[in-house]
Write a protein that binds this ligand. Structure first.
Ligand SMILES: [Zn+2]
Ligand SMILES: [Zn+2]
Length: 176
């Protein structure tokens, strides 16, 4: 049986007996379903406390990279909140990077949201990466059609590879 993919939202250490009954310190990983941070905005949109509109792409990128590097040493609801905040920071940057244009097909976003922003969906191009699940280098902003095709289409894998290449081209241009 497979339970699907999970991402590590954080970890803690706690004492646990080993096979001989000696107390050891065990690392307990807090896992959340990998899809938790990769849902279309309409289903995972929750109030974000800081809603200030930053236009400085470099500043957004710095914060997104910082957020991606930090693995919270907490579990439970706090870990999920922290993972959500991290996803929100990364998403804000990725949407700013896309500037209203799908990073896969290069067409304008299909509509403008109630908040007045072009509607694009964050897509994680890799499940597990050195930079963590929310590394902005591995998250693209794509239109709903491209997003579905990447996940369900015959050429989804190739489309995902092309998206990875496009993102790294953009990231190289942004610097660092
Ligand atoms: Zn598209
Ligand atoms: Zn996706």
């Amino acid at each position: 049986m497979t339970l699907g993919q999970f991402e590590c939202a954080g970890y803690s250490t706690e004492p646990a007996p080993d096979r001989e009954g000696n107390q050891r310190s065990a690392i307990v990983f807090e896992l959340v379903p990998a899809d938790a941070s990769d849902k279309p905005a309409e289903t995972d949109e929750q109030p974000i406390e800081e809603v200030e509109l930053e236009v400085d792409l470099i500043g957004l990128r710095t914060r997104a990279l910082e957020a991606a590097r930090s693995t919270p040493q907490v579990t439970g609801a706090a870990a999920r909140r922290s993972l959500y905040r991290r996803s929100a920071t990364v998403r804000r940057y990725v949407l700013a990077r896309a500037a209203g244009v799908c990073e896969s097909c290069n067409e304008p976003a299909p509509f403008i949201t109630l908040q007045g922003e072009p509607y694009l969906e964050p897509h994680h191009t890799r499940r597990l990466s050195d930079g963590g699940p929310d590394d902005p280098r591995f998250v693209g902003a794509v239109c709903p059609d491209c997003h579905r095709e990447i996940h369900h289409g015959q050429h989804g894998r190739a489309k995902n590879e092309a998206l990875i290449a496009e993102i790294s081209r953009k990231e190289a241009a942004t610097g660092a």
